[in-house]
Structures are given as structure tokens and as C-alpha cells.
Design a binder for this molecule. Structure first.
Ligand code: ATR
Length: 287
């Protein structure tokens, strides 16, 4: 049985470029089915020049909201009427809710997805030691914000372009973020309780991340937000050393679940059926 709200099929979407590979339509389709809501979720490829037009189209055609992915997460901000604290803090928007008055509110659910996945997959990590974040893009900003909000006392941010790490530390740091030179990343691993890759390195089609885990303490947790492939070389190297690892698929799912909640005020879960569907789509073996 499906529930009709306002006699209209609910509509949501994700916009980005490229977008063909997105797992979000499958994931939200699963949740529509599981929750009994009659809705659709599409993936729309949008070039930067067409961003505003697309937003207006969503507004005029009764969409409840939409997700935004690369490369539009900050470019979308000028078109919005209001930012929720999550988006203001991170400085990027991955979820927009369209109110019944047509007003657009921007949210960021990446940070929630990041921390929920970490807590679900890791049995805890040594919080008395700093967390080491590799990267300083939007994903790193969401991760840093989530860790600080969760009370992590210290974060080291290490990025190829040092100035971007410095901006991140200045904007978000509250005195709890230090910047580490990219050339010092292997050394920084030695003191870290949590090591997180938020760069694109290790993703299909990208170069590998070169990171030596030899100095990592036995209780260090290694987290890669890349989920294609799911078992990245970094995670495999960590497993080879007996370290706890966290893969990136749960972050995708939990940011999506938080967006579903924003739009439809409904809690949805990361059940085994969904995991199996996503693993199949990724070409991974479900273990
Ligand atoms: P996202 O919003 O998903 O975080 P992004 O803002 O494009 O994406 O950030 C990509 C991250 O991967 C950046 O930290 C980037 O480093 P720079 O700031 O120096 O560009 C990092 N990255 C991409 N290619 C890299 C490479 N070849 N070596 C090291 N870091 C790389």
C-alpha cells in the first residue's frame, strides 16, 4: 500500500555533473518503497550555466527537494532563501528543501552521514589523540565540522594545497584544528587516533593515495570516504596491519537518510536489502 500526500506523487532528485553513476536514485527508490510513500527520485545532469534554471524548474513543478553533488555544492548557495545551521557551518549545501511557499532552504547532511557511519562501523577510536584528515574540500569540511561537534578535541588537516587546509582551520577550527604539510602525512599518522581520507585519491579513475601506515598505533582507526571501490588500497593496507577500518558506503547512505528526513519527515534505515542492492550496483561482493 502506498500513502498519497496531497494526491500528488512526491518528487525529489539529485543534480550534479557527471551524475549517471549516482546510487542515490536506487537508494531513495528503496526508501519510498520501504516507507510506503508514493514518490520518485531522479538524477539530473546539470551544467553550471543551467543551475539556476534547473532550480526554478524544481520549484515550479512541485518538487519537495533535491540533493546537490559535485560540482554545485557551493554554487547553489546564492539561489537559496535560507541556510540551516548545518549548511552555514560547513559552507556547502548537499540538500535543499522546497517549502510549500516555494522558499528554498539549504542543509548539509554530509557531516551527519560521516559521523553516523564512523560510529556504526568502528568500535570507538582513541579520541585523546588527534584525528588526521587528509584533504580540505567540501567533504573534509563536513567531516571536520562533524568531528568537532562530536567533541573531538583535536584535528590535524593535511592537504596537497596547504592554503586550503589553512582556510578550513581558520573558518571552522575553534582553535582545535592544526595544519600539517602534505609532505608530513606519513609522520602525522604516528600520532593520530583516527585517519580519514576525504580526498578523491584511491577512487576509480584517480591516482592512489600514497600513505604509509607503518607508524600507526595498534588502536588507530582508518576511514576512507571513497566507496568506489569499497575496499580501497588504503583500507586494505590498514587491514593488513590489523587496524580497524571504516568504508565509505555508510556515509552515502546516512547522508541520504538524513535528506529523506528533511524532505518527508520520515526515518528510514540502512537495512540489509539496501546494502545488498548498493553492493550489487557497485559490483562488490556482499559479505
Ligand atoms: P569534495 O568536495 O568531494 O571534498 P574537492 O573539493 O574537489 O571535493 O576536494 C578534493 C580533495 O582531493 C582536495 O583536498 C584535493 O586537494 P587540493 O585542495 O590540493 O586540490 C584532493 N586531491 C585531488 N587530487 C589530488 C592529488 N592528486 N593529490 C593530492 N590531493 C588531491
Amino acid at each position: 500500500m502506498t500513502i498519497q500526500l496531497n494526491q500528488q506523487r512526491l518528487k525529489a532528485a539529485v543534480i550534479g555533473m557527471p551524475i549517471r553513476q549516482s546510487l542515490s536514485p536506487m537508494m531513495h527508490g528503496h526508501w519510498f518503497e520501504a516507507s510506503g510513500l508514493d514518490g520518485s527520485y531522479s538524477a539530473v545532469e546539470v551544467a553550471s550555466a543551467d543551475l539556476e534554471n534547473q532550480v526554478r524548474t524544481f520549484q515550479q513543478t512541485g518538487f519537495t527537494g533535491f540533493n546537490i553533488t559535485v560540482p554545485h555544492k557551493t554554487a547553489i548557495m546564492p539561489f537559496l532563501d535560507k541556510l540551516a545551521p548545518s549548511a552555514r557551518q560547513v559552507g556547502a549545501v548537499n540538500t535543499v528543501k522546497i517549502g510549500s511557499d516555494g522558499k528554498l532552504i539549504g542543509f548539509n547532511t554530509d557531516g551527519v552521514g560521516f559521523i553516523k557511519n564512523l560510529k556504526e562501523q568502528a568500535r570507538g577510536w582513541p579520541r585523546d589523540k588527534p584525528a588526521l584528515l587528509l584533504g580540505a574540500g567540501g567533504a573534509a569540511r563536513a567531516a571536520a565540522t562533524a568531528l568537532l561537534n562530536d567533541g573531538v578535541p583535536m584535528i590535524m588537516v593535511c592537504n596537497r594545497t596547504r592554503e586550503k587546509a589553512q582556510v578550513l582551520a581558520d573558518n571552522l577550527g575553534r582553535g582545535r584544528i592544526t595544519v600539517v604539510d602534505w609532505s608530513e602525512r606519513n609522520h602525522a599518522v604516528t600520532g593520530a587516533g583516527l585517519v580519514v581520507n576525504t580526498t578523491v585519491l584511491g577512487m576509480v579513475g584517480q591516482p592512489q593515495l600514497s600513505l604509509d601506515l607503518a607508524g600507526a598505533a595498534a588502536d588507530t582507526v582508518v576511514y576512507d570516504i571513497v566507496y568506489k571501490p569499497l575496499n580501497t588500497d588504503l583500507l586494505q593496507a590498514a587491514k593488513n596491519r590489523g587496524l580497524q577500518t571504516v568504508d565509505g558506503l555508510g556515509m552515502l547512505v546516512h547522508q541520504g537518510a538524513a535528506a529523506f528526513k528533511v524532505w518527508f519527515d520520515m526515518d528510514v534505515s540502512y537495512d540489509d536489502t539496501l546494502r545488498a542492492k548498493l553492493m550489487t550496483a557497485l559490483g562488490e561482493v556482499n559479505t
